[in-house]
Design a binder for this molecule. Structure first.
Ligand code: SF4
Length: 307
């Protein structure tokens, strides 16, 4: 059944719903952007199309020119301009999140800042997870990577070695990365929390909220083109949604209104549910398409094995 927009265009039920979902996501990202920049008031308009156009224009400016190194460098040097609908003079000073993503322009300075984050976390006692950790686990891989994988938190082996994804799930992740045509050292891998939750339990929301500023800054410094969120906790930490991973996986989301995020299943889940590997492979193929990356073989039968 066709529906008719205010503009008079007719849309199918499916495309109307998709457009509504996209509009809602863009609106949410715009509101988060306003919040991060210290905005305390919103412009009011009865013209929803005008509001949507403003949100879209804001997101376009915030995202910067994709795939353009000069544009990315420019984006690193200057924080995004706010939407013109809020008065510059009336805007209060940015909050701590904006301060946390103040990104140096040089590669070397960004590397040094990432090393400083690792040192800061190693002494961190901001949440109770520090009590049983052997060491913090911050990241592994390329700090200039186009592709970033985010998981939940360290497990026993990660806690021992101080690196993320080094146990069986990490070995499967590396095979997935290899199937995408990358080496593990080409990508950047990190977690929502830096300390191992006791008995590998899921991190509590307060623990995630306490630790997430470290990850926000890591992601601002790495500035990837695409993020893959591995499992429900990663999605919750990055996107702030508690919608189940089964519903979200395979659909593009936006991190902070800027970076595309592909939610998919966690490798640890794939070790238990091998039949889900096909779905993950489909998700990763979407990522490769976005990055214009050709896999070594386009044959789905050669999707990563977990055994
Ligand atoms: S999990 Fe994060 S916030 Fe909590 S103690 Fe470890 S580094 Fe600090």
């Amino acid at each position: 059944m066709a529906r008719r927009q205010r503009t008079g265009r007719s849309l199918s039920t499916g495309s109307f719903r998709d457009e509504l979902i996209e509009l809602t996501q863009q609106g949410r990202a715009w509101l988060e952007w306003q919040h991060d920049c210290g905005g305390e008031a919103l412009p009011f308009s009865t013209d929803l199309e005008q509001v949507a156009a403003q949100a879209k224009a804001s997101l376009t400016r915030t995202a910067g020119p994709r795939g353009n190194p000069a544009g990315q460098a420019q984006a690193r040097q200057a924080r995004p301009s706010p939407p013109t609908s809020t008065s510059d003079a009336a805007r209060p000073a940015p909050r701590t999140v904006a301060k946390a993503i103040d990104v140096p322009s040089s590669v070397e300075a960004r590397r040094l800042r990432l090393e400083a984050i690792a040192r800061e976390t190693s002494a961190c006692t901001l949440c109770s997870l520090h009590e049983e950790r052997k060491q913090t686990v911050v990241a592994r891989g390329n700090p200039e990577a186009d592709l970033v994988f985010i998981g939940e938190g360290p497990g026993r082996e990660e806690d021992e070695q101080g690196l993320p994804f080094v146990g069986p799930a990490g070995q499967l992740l590396d095979r997935m990365i290899g199937a995408m045509g990358y080496q593990p050292e080409d990508v950047y891998v990190a977690n929502i929390v830096k300390c191992r939750p006791p008995n590998n339990r899921k991190p509590e929301p307060e623990e995630m909220a306490t630790c997430i500023p470290f990850l926000h800054e890591q992601l601002a410094l790495v500035s990837p083109k695409v993020i893959v969120a591995l499992g429900a906790t990663a999605v919750q930490g990055l996107l702030g949604t508690t919608v189940g991973i089964t519903r979200l996986r395979g659909t593009w989301k936006l991190y902070r209104g800027r970076t595309p995020v592909m939610p998919t299943f966690h490798p640890a889940y794939l070790l238990r549910q091998a039949e889900k590997k096909r779905e993950v492979w489909n998700d990763l193929q979407q990522v490769m398409k976005r990055l214009e990356q050709r896999p070594p073989s386009a044959d789905p039968a050669k999707a990563p094995r977990g055994d």
